[in-house]
Design a protein around this ligand. Structure first.
Ligand code: ADP
Ligand code: ZN
Ligand code: ZN
Length: 677
């Protein structure tokens, strides 16, 4: 019997911080050879874990007595393709993480469990589903000439072609995506298309549109609110090529898509494309790499493109297509006006002009949206007799008053307590809320407009699964007169009956130390302004308006918003960035360290700074992070910069080898292309 079996060595990537590939022995049966890209269950320490086969060899350097056997190969699952492995490999290299830490968390949890029950069930379910192949679109509206030009350019493109679709809010970018998709699906019977949106709340609107247009193809969604069972099924549908359109949030960029032919990134400027913990990747940047790898077109759409993408468009690396007007006939961009809060002092957070404008909308049966990017009732409570304020005991921040819930909450470490009855230092019972969040504005609105149907949408009001969707539906059905919300309401939504947007307190971002703050504020204001006046103006209806309450009406940023002038604003910002040598003219990485004492974190970073030679690289001094303490841990950072991306990458690789060797007890992490520094 001897000759029938032989051993082979499976080289396996595991989800562990150890930067290594692990060798296991496997009895290779000639009838059933394992393949690279398959999953294998292996013993690791005292556990059994799922790993990914990245190589198969005849021999290993691991001594025989140390070599363990792999326990099972998941042969019922087709292997991940070489291209998918290369994508994971690129992300691992670029973001300086072990391959296994990138590849395995990118897979559904149910694929990584010890038993195959969930997998077998999902495969059985999927086998029963037909994979309809009719890419014929239904009910496609006639496009206007600029939309048509864009759809033809994107849908007809072959090869790697990044396109920046720069279209004002309401210009019908969605329609361009859908008709580009239609062209690709009709041309290539097996083609798959990946569409990314920045926020989970934007998936239902687009999902509805896609299903209505393409009833003959399978659509799979991938986002964080799917159950594990759904996620497994949808992931497999994509992996097997059955799902022709995959719609998802940033995590979907790592979906296995064997026939990917087009990538769409909607609202490409949105910071949500950047994962802010663990593997801190940019789904947008990975998408561009993936399109390059496969030699396929990619479209990045936005009314306020990121400066990175704008820069690429200006330098000719990306092709720029423009939609300058709103798509709906007689819908025009809203008039933006600045309300000087020094002259018109606000009452309950609202100036008299804004109140009058809301009243007018009420009388005409139109909707108003008030935007305030601060949830809770008041950002802090204080004692007027001794000066005590509600600081968090664990963070460099304040406890936010949540009045309806009768709680104080820290938004950074989630510490919670009942509202104190009296001042903890002097005993004064008259504690006052300071400043204003969405709950307080909601309360003020109810007093000012007792007859109005007021709805608040923010992270607090939408904690329950499905409640955000329900809230947005209520607005779409016209059952809300005044909507108050945080950035959750600012993005992407196509509210038809909304003719007024009020922006309550944007000034704080004007004076931020973060060099990206003005880019972000500008985009946010343009986006929220873009929710107004999306339908045709009716006779006797209001001109749509955006009213910005500010103490600095002369500020050039507001001037640009008033003029809807992204072009000049972006070009001016880019010029400033070039002169100040900031991204996108410079490449950055950030080493962060955490310790119970700030000094320990700084000391680690100082050693890190001095431990290697670094020609062509600037390493700044270690500094405390702007929010230094979170959950009783002090945090510091070290910024590394270079004018050359390859040089920075080469340096980081070397540097990390040294840092891993240091075996410091300080918890540290590296972020490449950080957004917040
Ligand atoms: P954007 O994503 O650019 O902000 P949307 O794609 O949401 O804009 O489109 C705004 C509105 O214009 C939607 O109500 C959409 O149905 C409508 N629309 C888009 N294209 C056309 C068209 N060619 N004819 C008529 N209406 C259109
Ligand atoms: Zn006091
Ligand atoms: Zn806290």
């Amino acid at each position: 019997m001897q000759g029938l079996f032989h051993h082979c060595i499976l080289q396996i990537a595991l989800d562990t911080p150890l930067n290594a590939i692990f060798d296991y022995r496997w009895h290779c049966d000639a009838a059933e050879q394992p393949q690279v890209g398959q999953l294998a269950l292996v013993p690791f320490g005292r556990r059994e874990v799922m790993g990914l086969i990245v190589g198969i060899a005849a021999e290993t350097d691991v001594p025989v007595d140390k070599l363990k056997d792999a326990l099972a190969v998941r042969s019922q699952l087709g292997p991940l393709s070489a291209q998918w492995l290369a994508l994971a490999g690129f992300a691992a290299d670029y973001y300086q993480r072990p391959l296994g830490e990138v590849a395995l968390p990118g897979l559904p949890k149910n694929l990584r469990v010890l038993t195959t029950v969930a997998l077998d069930r999902a495969l059985k379910k999927l086998a029963k589903l037909d994979a309809p192949h009719d890419g014929t679109p239904l009910n496609m509206p006639a496009l206007n000439p600029s939309q048509q030009e864009a759809a033809d350019a994107i849908g007809g493109a072959t090869g790697f072609k990044p396109t920046l679709l720069y279209g004002v809010t309401g210009s019908g970018k969605t329609e361009v995506y859908l008709q580009s998709c239609a062209q690709v699906l009709e041309r290539e019977p097996d083609a798959q298309i990946l569409i990314l949106v920045p926020e989970i709340n934007l998936t239902p609107q687009l999902e509805g549109n896609i299903r209505a247009r393409f009833p003959g193809v399978m659509l799979a969604t991938l986002h964080s609110s799917l159950s594990e069972g759904e996620r497994m099924l949808h992931w497999l549908a994509a992996h097997q090529g059955k799902a022709r359109i995959v719609l998802g949030t940033r995590l979907a960029i790592l979906a296995s898509l064997p026939n990917l032919k087009l990538i769409v990134i909607d609202e490409e400027h949105d910071p949500s494309y950047k994962q802010q913990e663990g593997l801190r990747y940019s789904a947008r940047d990975l998408a561009v790499w993936r399109a390059w790898q496969l030699g396929i077109p990619i479209v990045l759409g936005s009314a306020t493109p990121s400066l990175e993408s704008w820069h690429h468009a200006q330098s000719g690396r990306y092709r720029k297509l423009e939609l300058r007007e709103r798509a709906v006939k007689n819908a025009v961009l809203p008039q933006v006006k600045l309300l000087d809060m020094e002259r018109d002092k606000p009452k309950d957070g609202l100036t008299s002009q804004l109140i009058a404008a809301i009243r007018q909308r009420m009388e005409r049966g139109e909707q108003s949206l008030l935007f305030l990017n601060r949830r809770g009732y008041a950002p802090v409570i204080c004692c007027e007799s001794c000066g005590w304020i509600s600081e968090c005991t664990r963070c460099t921040s304040f406890m936010v008053l949540h009045r309806p819930e009768h709680r104080l909450r820290c938004h950074h470490c989630s510490l919670e307590m009942r509202i104190p009855r009296h001042c903890p230092t002097c005993g004064n019972v008259d504690l006052q809320p300071l400043g204003r969040g969405t709950q307080r504005v909601e309360e003020g609105l109810q007093m000012l407009f007792p007859e109005a149907r007021v709805l608040r949408i923010d992270a607090d009001s939408t904690r329950k699964k499905g409640s955000a969707q329900e809230a947005f539906d209520t607005v779409h059905r016209g059952e809300v007169d005044i909507l108050i919300g945080t950035q959750m309401v600012a993005k992407g939504h196509d509210f038809k009956n909304l003719t007024l947007v009020g922006i309550l307190n944007p000034d704080t971002a004007l004076f931020s130390q973060d060099y990206r703050a003005s880019e972000r504020l500008f985009a946010q204001l343009m986006q929220v302004a873009g929710r107004a006046g999306r339908a045709a103006q009716t006779e006797g209806g209001s001109v749509s308006e955006v009213l910005i309450q500010t103490r600095y009406p002369q500020h050039p940023l507001y001037g640009a918003v008033v003029n809807h002038d992204y072009d000049h604003f972006a070009s001016a910002l880019l010029e400033e960035r070039e002169q100040a040598a900031l991204p996108p003219y410079l490449y950055q990485a950030l080493l962060r360290a955490e310790a119970p004492e700030l000094a320990t974190a700084i000391e680690f970073l100082t050693i890190a700074r001095d431990c290697v030679e670094h020609p062509g690289i600037t390493i700044n001094d270690p500094i405390p992070m702007s929010m230094t303490r979170v959950h009783n841990v002090d945090r510091a950072q070290l910024l590394v910069e270079s004018a050359s991306r390859p040089m920075l990458q080469a340096f980081l690789r070397e540097w990390l080898l040294t840092l891993r060797e240091m075996k410091s007890r300080v918890k540290w992490s590296l972020e490449v292309d950080p957004l917040d520094i």
